[in-house]
Ligand binder design. Sequence first.
Ligand SMILES: Nc1ncnc2c1ncn2[C@@H]1O[C@H](COP(=O)(O)OP(=O)(O)OP(=O)(O)O)[C@@H](O)[C@H]1O
Ligand SMILES: [Mg+2]
Length: 182
Amino acid sequence: MLIAITGTPGTGKSEVARILAKMLDAKLISISELVGKKKLAYTYDKKRKTKEIAEKDLKKIISLEAEKGIINILEGHLSHLVEADYTFVLRTNPKELEKRLKKRNWSKSKIRENVLAEFIDEIAMEAGTGKTTFELDTSKMKPRKTATLIKDILNSYSLQKKYRTGRIDWTEKYRNVVLKMV
Ligand SMILES: Nc1ncnc2c1ncn2[C@@H]1O[C@H](COP(=O)(O)OP(=O)(O)OP(=O)(O)O)[C@@H](O)[C@H]1O
Ligand SMILES: [Mg+2]
């Protein structure tokens, strides 16, 4: 079984996935770790200061890695590109996300790009609206609580209905936060 945890950088994927993997005694697969260990090739986009991974390579390595575990948790902001049994999109409101990203040593433009992507639901949109795709607001929820909620959702059909993608929309409440950045 493959559980994908995706979301804009700063939404808490790595922390949540680490805790969840312990809770479920699952194999943790981190996309950035695969890149770091040179198991996954990338090209570097100098302008955006980001590593670009080919979707085909990602799918290939994940299918190999996932054979090693019974329950596999895949985390990374591209993990929704891989076909998983369950996909969780972590969401954080633009104001809180900006705060979290400012703690990193990132350029203003990189912070803006990511806050904007979150504002327009980019990853949730890419992840789609399937019955096994969910989104969770981590703005006020600590990683442990989010991991527990994921575990509960996996075990409950009514929670699955409640947390399907398409409910979260930052565009009204957080317009001003984003307008200030552009
Ligand atoms: N619910 C939360 N409340 C407050 N801080 C949080 C919360 N979730 C995560 N954080 C903090 O935000 C930062 C980002 O979390 P994390 O590194 O897990 O994000 P990520 O989604 O894996 O980002 P990336 O895509 O860049 O790897 C961390 O410092 C983490 O401790
Ligand atoms: Mg991470």
